[in-house]
Design a protein around this ligand. Structure first.
Ligand code: NAD
Length: 355
């Protein structure tokens, strides 16, 4: 699809192409919605087949970030940077150059980490731009801790809905024991859950095993019998082939875009599986980072725990209107955005009339 058509379809405001010969930096910065304040979105470095595929990913991910901000109560909009990894020649130089491009946007966009872009990259980025989201510098806890706290709140709300008010004895399967998967595993073990995990990295497995996590092969984790399955690795892991194999009651999407397509969410409902959309339950770090930046306050636990309340509200809306959780979340966020847009237009009209 042509880029401008795809932007029009998703309601995107701006897409910036970034290119630097010296370092091999090639990618896009997509700004989906700038009218609610700064835009937030991670930087993804990925082996895209070509620039077109990268652009479409940036559009998809930045739109989801707008929904995430709205549902998390963050006064901001969605953005995303995607970088084509196979062009990179000088990674450090490329990250520094990307920082300069982000700095030139004068705060419209606050960048964070995402797949393929870790805390070290973020430190390098901060050498050339002030606009780094959730750069804790010893003030905030690591982003994954805040993310895991929000995911736990969402999981508890979903389990309460299934008449299980305690995670003690519940079985939780975690795909990916990286930053956020490990933080969630620690929380689940502390809550008394039986935790099963998988990761291709031996060091991560050893660490998790020391926490009390029972390990299974990466090929098995999605079909483990469990109360909750939390995909914490990559997006797109739930598709036509994997969904029929699931043996869980709840999928708590923590990795961004767990569903290969939002059109697949009815497939989960048909199987009686409650799907918690990732953009609802993985907003903990966004809430903490954006909140700290706006106010200087560093403890955002109360707001992060509010993710549980959002899940409960969306579940009620699903019941009332016969929607899936993904549909309910899109509808709820869309209604808030429409109401804000109408109010803004009214204010602008009144201001023009009074001049
Ligand atoms: P990470 O790179 O630290 O961890 C990912 C882990 O998944 C790695 O340990 C990797 O070895 C493992 N993995 C890869 N393929 C796997 C497979 N097939 N089976 C099992 N494990 C596999 O990344 P992260 O920061 O923990 O983020 C994980 C996901 O959560 C990403 O999609 C990210 O966008 C999303 N997310 C993270 C945060 C955060 O605060 N870190 C916030 C919101 C969303």
């Amino acid at each position: 699809m042509e880029l401008l058509d795809a932007m029009a379809q998703g309601g995107h405001e701006q897409v910036i192409a970034v290119q630097d010969d010296a370092t091999g930096l090639r990618g896009w910065i997509a700004l989906h919605h700038t009218r609610r304040g700064p835009t937030y979105g991670g930087i993804r470095v990925w082996d895209y087949r070509n620039g077109g595929e990268a652009a479409l990913d940036a559009l998809r991910l930045s739109q989801t970030m707008t929904y995430k901000c709205v549902l998390a109560g963050v006064q901001g909009g969605g953005a995303k940077t995607v970088i084509v990894s196979n062009w990179l020649r000088d990674r450090r130089g490329a990250v520094r150059e990307l920082g300069r491009r982000i700095e030139a946007l004068r705060g419209v966009y606050r960048a964070g980490p995402d797949v393929g872009f870790d805390h070290n990259d973020l430190r390098i980025l901060a050498e050339t731009t002030r606009y780094v989201a959730h750069h804790h510098k010893g003030v905030l806890r690591p982003a994954e801790e805040a993310t895991a706290e929000g995911a736990e709140a969402g999981i508890r709300a979903a389990m309460a809905r299934l008449d299980c008010n305690d995670l003690d004895g519940a079985r939780v399967a975690i795909q990916g024991l990286g930053a956020v998967g490990m933080a969630l595993a620690r929380r689940m073990v502390r809550a008394g859950a039986e935790v099963i995990g998988a990761d291709p990295r031996a060091a991560a497995c050893e660490h998790a095993s020391n926490l009390g996590v029972r390990l299974v092969d990466v090929a098995e984790i999605l079909s483990v019998e469990a109360d909750v399955l939390a995909p914490c690795a990559l997006g797109g892991v739930l598709h036509n082939i994997s969904i029929p194999r699931l043996r869980c009651r709840v999928v708590a999407g923590v990795a961004n875009n767990v569903l290969a397509s939002s059109y697949l969410s009815p497939l989960l409902s048909e199987r009686g599986i409650l799907f918690l959309p990732d953009f609802v339950i993985n907003a903990g770090a966004l809430i903490e980072g954006a909140g700290h930046e706006a106010t200087g306050r560093s403890d955002w636990s109360a707001e992060i725990q509010g993710i549980g309340g959002t899940v409960t509200r969306l579940l009620e809306s699903c019941d009332r209107h016969g929607l899936t959780m993904v549909e309910a979340a899109h509808e709820y966020a869309g209604a808030i955005l429409d109401a804000e847009e109408n109010a803004r237009e009214r204010e602008e009209t009144e201001a023009a009339l009074s001049r």
